[in-house]
Write a protein that binds this ligand. Structure first.
Ligand code: FES
Length: 78
């Protein structure tokens, strides 16, 4: 699978409540780092993120990570 478009060259470091989220893998969402449905017709799919407790996480915004949905530092090479 190809990587998505670069939405930003830094991760979204955010605190999230427990719940289910959908990380944007295509890079086209206007509501980064989450899916807004903009992937339709691109072949990309959002990745579900399930948190059973609140957590501070770094979600990839460059969409080049090899460990989605988490940032792996790939943006440093862009
Ligand atoms: S908008 Fe990017 S995966 Fe849905």
């Amino acid at each position: 699978m190809n990587k998505g478009n670069i939405a930003d060259k830094k991760p979204a470091v955010i605190e999230l409540a427990a719940g289910t989220y959908h990380w944007c893998s295509c890079g086209d969402s206007k509501g980064q780092p989450f899916c807004d449905g903009a992937h339709k017709g691109t072949g990309f799919r959002p990745q579900q993120v399930v948190l059973d407790k609140p957590a501070k996480i770094a979600l990839c915004n460059c969409k080049q990570t090899n460990n989605p949905p988490s940032c792996d530092g790939a943006h440093c090479d862009l």
